[in-house]
Design a protein around this ligand. Sequence first.
Ligand code: SF4
Ligand code: FES
Length: 231
Amino acid sequence: MNGPTFTIDGRSVPFTEGQSIIQAAREAGIYIPHLCYHPEFRPHGSCRLCVVEAGGRSVPACSTPAVAGQQVRNRTERLDRMRRTLVELLFVEGNHFCPACPKSGNCKLQAVGYWLRMLDTPFPYLFPRRELDASHHDVLLDRDRCIFCELCVRASREVDRKNLFAIGGKGTRCRLLVNSPDGRLGSSGLSLGDRALQVCPTGALLPRKGAFHVPVGRRLYDGRSIAESDE
Ligand code: SF4
Ligand code: FES
């Protein structure tokens, strides 16, 4: 049976009614960069990395439904330049010291930076002061590495049913908040098996033990680009 199709950069992509552009693209093996999107959760639409051109407009692929016959452009110089700028801004707004981070090689922010060929940034580093939370026996919360994608917020609420996280503050004062009696991870009820911990795309929420079980050089994005290893 022939279903509806649209195109991405000239390639025909089948979809089912109600699917977003990014969902159909993933099924067709086409990578559209993203950081706040995860197939298990409703789109959040905050990172804007997934913006594509469709119907003469720039739209987020994670929350825009696919339309039959539509021509979508994903890999254009303009879009990739905009994505690179967004990633550069994430790097200067936080404190991302990749070579010293245990998540290096498994981090989506780092991997998408490589994929976009980001080498440096023209923006001044802000070096914000953010509180490190090492109060939990098994998990470290390093707010320096948080990109406010709210994946942990959604996972803790919708999968773990614990509602442990929220984002507070605005702009450069944005912080990940922990919903516990003293606002710290140690008293929060977070456990190692929580989905919230697993979906964090960066090293912000990180198991404290076993960070180097898989050696650097053999990690998810060490040998392949994020476009080939997208989860
Ligand atoms: Fe996203 Fe991780 Fe920050 Fe949660 S802790 S908002 S999952 S980067
Ligand atoms: Fe669409 Fe972040 S993935 S806005």
